[in-house]
Design a protein around this ligand. Structure first.
Ligand SMILES: [Zn+2]
Ligand SMILES: [Zn+2]
Length: 186
């Protein structure tokens, strides 16, 4: 496990470095679908071969909708591209993508999102805005490491790589509101 993680990180770092050297435009390489695919290929190795056309279509749609998609909306979008796609094939593709760590389900809103992490050494923190329902994937390894250690010390294990928190996003919350909330007694 440890070796896989280290390998994945290194491969991605190398990809980023070479991309930065080549173009210098993209900082993370995750902005375009093509770059995202290239990252996946670099970090997953043989798993890439398992991305069948339907799985690739589903992943691309999730990637192009960073706020997440409901299963029903995802199905409609897939069928717009592949009219022979049936609900079971789409759901099987989703199950596969989640099992392989390519996608996540945000249970609070039943939204599916593409994974944008180089590795899952630590769980991901998803902030779900209760007002606009936007999903933000916050990456803070130190925080998640602490959370995992605290749970473990209490005898608990996280049930999956996703941790969800309901939090009002910057676009929905006003500065005044945030100041009030931070001063509020627990
Ligand atoms: Zn992820
Ligand atoms: Zn919001």
């Amino acid at each position: 496990m440890e070796r896989d993680r280290a390998g994945g990180t290194t491969a991605l770092d190398e990809t980023r470095k070479s991309r930065a050297a080549a173009g210098g435009k993209k900082r993370t390489g995750m902005e375009s679908w093509e770059a995202y695919l290239a990252d996946i290929m670099a970090r997953t190795g043989t798993r890439w071969a398992t991305l069948t056309p339907i799985r690739r279509t589903v992943l691309e749609l999730l990637f192009r909708h960073p706020r997440g998609l409901k299963a029903y909306d995802l199905l409609a979008l897939v069928r717009a591209e592949r009219d022979n796609a049936t609900p079971p094939t789409v759901y099987r593709a989703l199950d596969f993508l989640m099992a392989q760590g390519f996608a996540h389900k945000i249970g609070r809103n039943s939204l599916f999102v593409a994974c944008r992490h180089a590795s899952h050494q630590w769980p991901s923190l998803f902030l779900v805005c209760p007002r606009c329902r936007a999903v933000t994937d916050l990456q803070d390894a130190a925080l998640m490491q602490t959370l995992a250690a605290t749970l473990e010390a209490a005898g608990f294990l996280l049930d999956g790589p996703e941790v969800e928190i309901s939090a009002v996003c910057p676009a929905c919350g006003t500065a005044k509101e945030r100041a009030e909330n931070s001063g509020r007694a627990p």
